[in-house]
Design a protein around this ligand. Structure first.
Ligand code: E4P
Length: 217
């Protein structure tokens, strides 16, 4: 499973890249707003730090302006993935940009039917929002299971990018189902390292080691 980081906070990304576990970054208009920076500046900076796909989202809703925005964002760096909403115009833009060789991430996916449309439109990534489905009393992971099953019947080449991830349990459940990518808020990746028995075990090993008076180097 690939791990993307769901943030526009460059300082957080710089802390995470040295883990060697980061395969890409996703942003959205809310995350760009939180950064307080211009979208072009922040996307270019992230693309310099991370080699993998970096999603930058359009903000217009009509076909023509969305296409212009998509082309502008794609021109910012080679690894920009243009993110479009799962709407009629969004999927029209997805088809055109994908046919031109630009990677597109179709976002705000909440049903298997929508996921099928995005794959047919040539999306490189489809982003189902599991946390937001859980929030309204539905089961986000059920959608991931449906999508994995549905995509396995064909050879679309669209990767399932699990989004709106709220904790390590979401990541594990999505990995069990075989989802291609999870995009994680930085906090969730740091949480994945944690286990109290790891801390306790390490503490005991180091105390015993200190009694030996040895050093390895
Ligand atoms: C990622 O592409 C999405 O924009 C993001 O995961 C949404 O997460 P949220 O539901 O926590 O805002």
């Amino acid at each position: 499973m690939k791990f993307f980081i769901d943030t526009a906070d460059v300082a957080e990304i710089k802390k995470l890249v040295p883990t060697g576990l980061i395969d890409g970054v996703t942003t959205n208009p809310s995350l760009i707003a939180q950064s307080g920076r211009k979208i072009a500046d922040v996307i270019k900076e992230i693309c310099d730090i991370v080699e993998g796909p970096v999603s930058a989202e359009v903000v217009s809703t009509d076909f023509e302006t969305m296409l212009k925005e998509g082309k502008y964002l794609a021109g910012l760096a080679e690894n920009v993935t243009v993110k479009v909403p799962l709407t009629v115009d969004g999927l029209k833009v997805c088809k055109i940009l994908s046919d031109e060789g630009t990677m597109v991430n179709v976002t705000l996916c909440f049903s298997a039917a929508q996921a099928l449309l995005a794959a047919k439109a040539g999306a490189a990534f489809i982003s189902p929002f599991v946390g937001r489905l859980d929030d309204i009393g539905q089961d986000g992971m059920e959608l991931i299971a449906d999508m994995v099953e549905l995509y396995s019947n064909y050879t679309y080449g669209t990767e399932i990018l699990v989004a709106s991830v709220r904790g390590p349990n979401h990541v594990v459940a999505a990995a069990k189902l075989g989802a291609d990518v999870a995009t994680l808020p930085p906090k969730v990746l740091w949480q994945m390292y944690q286990h109290p028995l790891t801390d306790k075990g390490l503490d005991a090993f180091l105390k015993d080691w200190a009694k030996t008076g040895q050093s390895i180097l």
